[in-house]
Design a protein. Structure first.
Length: 167
């Protein structure tokens, strides 16, 4: 009887250790920086993007922005910023905030990191490896971020020299 109890406890410990290992491997894969994120940061929960007055939740891979008085989480920026170039825009790394509501500090972030704010020079991860489109989607390494010949504009585009401002 004692042997049966020891075997049962041993099996329970074995299965518990397997489930703990699986949980660890899942957590390791979460929170990878987007390719447009700034180089040099390995442990970041949120970015504040001054030009679009939005946050980016690295772990949830969602933008957080104010819309009609409510904070919205979305995989894309709001429509008025659909042409915003995340690779070139400045991202403030909020490595001192670890809750789920970075926007609790929005009033101070908005003043301290105003539209057009540029801190220390940044290089995006995407500049090293690959580019994303304006919403964080891969565009297979295309280096141009602008319209290279819109047919509705008499074949004239901006040749990748957009101004980075929202519409």
């Amino acid at each position: 009887m004692k042997t049966l109890k020891l075997m049962t406890i041993g099996m329970m410990l074995f299965f518990a250790s397997i489930s703990m290992q699986a949980q660890v491997s899942i957590n390791v894969n979460l929170g990878l920086q987007p390719s447009w994120g700034p180089v040099g940061y390995s442990s970041v929960d949120y970015y504040y993007i001054p030009d679009v007055q939005s946050y980016y939740d690295v772990r949830a891979t969602q933008f957080i922005y104010l819309s009609n008085g409510a904070w919205i989480r979305s995989s894309r920026l709001p429509n008025q910023y659909r042409s915003y170039d995340l690779n070139r825009g400045y991202k403030v790394v909020l490595n001192d905030y670890h809750g789920s509501r970075p926007y609790d500090n929005y009033k101070s972030h908005k003043v301290k990191y105003y539209k057009g704010y540029k801190g220390k020079p940044q290089q995006s991860l995407g500049n090293k490896y690959h580019k994303n489109d304006d919403h964080g989607n891969y565009n297979n390494g295309n280096q141009g971020n602008g319209n290279n010949g819109n047919k509705g504009n008499n074949g004239k585009g901006n040749n990748g020299k957009g101004n980075g401002k929202g519409h």
